[in-house]
Design a protein around this ligand. Sequence first.
Ligand code: GLA
Length: 381
Amino acid sequence: MIYKIQEEFQKRFGEGAVCYASPGRVNLIGDHTDYNLGFVLPGAIDKAIYVAIRPVEGTVCRLYSMDYGESLELDMTGSLPEKLWARFIYGVVQEMKKRGAEVGAFECVFGGDVPLGAGLSSSAALESVFGYALNDLFSLGFSRADLARIGQMTEHNYVGVKCGIMDEFASLFGQRGKVIRLDCRSLEYELVPFEPAGCRVMLVDSMVKHSLASSEYNVRREQSEAGVAVVAKHVKGVESLRDVTMDMLDTYKDEMEPVVYRRCAYVIQENLRLLEGCDFLKRGDYKAFGQKMFGSHEGLSREYEVSCAELDFIEEIARKTPGMLGARMMGGGFGGCVIHLVEEQAHDAYLDEVKSRFQARFGQIPRVIDVVIGDGARKLA
Ligand code: GLA
């Protein structure tokens, strides 16, 4: 992939490119917890967005997207570009400038192998690779955590998704063979070894690209905040769902809409599942960990209601499969993938079954993506 990008750069701009990569992510457990300042457990994957880039004089950048086959001249002192892919890059530059950085102009070619629209955070990978590259090229002095915030704020202010920090954090901090137990309130994190011998991490794509995903995402965020507001009226110091226990929620249940109660209950329980699950991982008990993944799916589907028929269908087949340690929908929801932790010997038979049953029910064969937990943002030699 990177060779193709370098070659394209040479064709368009000549010599002198520096190359960077930043990966997509999976999340083993803990969804919709990040913006509620809880915990997540993501890992970077072996699929990334790559950029070949070189600084130039002036304020106009020349960009070429390999995946879209589109080029654009973009003045970073001008207004927001129309093309979505360009907004990510424009947003990163603006967020850096807001923080006082002097970001020069550049020309670049970028592209990658993070499947688009599958919930593997190709957008976070794009923000992170540009954040990382510009930081390095222009010696801006941002830390990886700063770059994660810059990526997150790009989503908020230039794309319109009020996302949490998980995706960008995973893309920037990932390490091979390790998942990141991230406390989204303090940004303290621990790298937890994740090398389940004899098992594979596999994704089955529901093939659903739900147009409601980002608007419903923002609604979930508002519902969580509504629950916090109720409890905060009574309990001092409550600022997010992180500060709310099930006892508190139950005490003030009658003051909130039932749907708000359900959303908040899910988030509180998901944090607990994650913390217990993490302890199992540290003891190498992948079986017990997998049970938490199934529990997470149930909560996301029934209480947080961000699943869809296709995701539930896949998860249900997985749950009934011997040798399947765990499975759950992953990410924002309303489409995207189910992540599986499956024993090697059960892998092929499960795939045959899920593909044929999915096709019989929904009329198409779901895409299967095997992933390995890989490294985060980096400069390439
Ligand atoms: C999307 C967001 C993340 C996170 C997940 C759900 O991927 O970008 O910040 O909220 O959804 O866990």
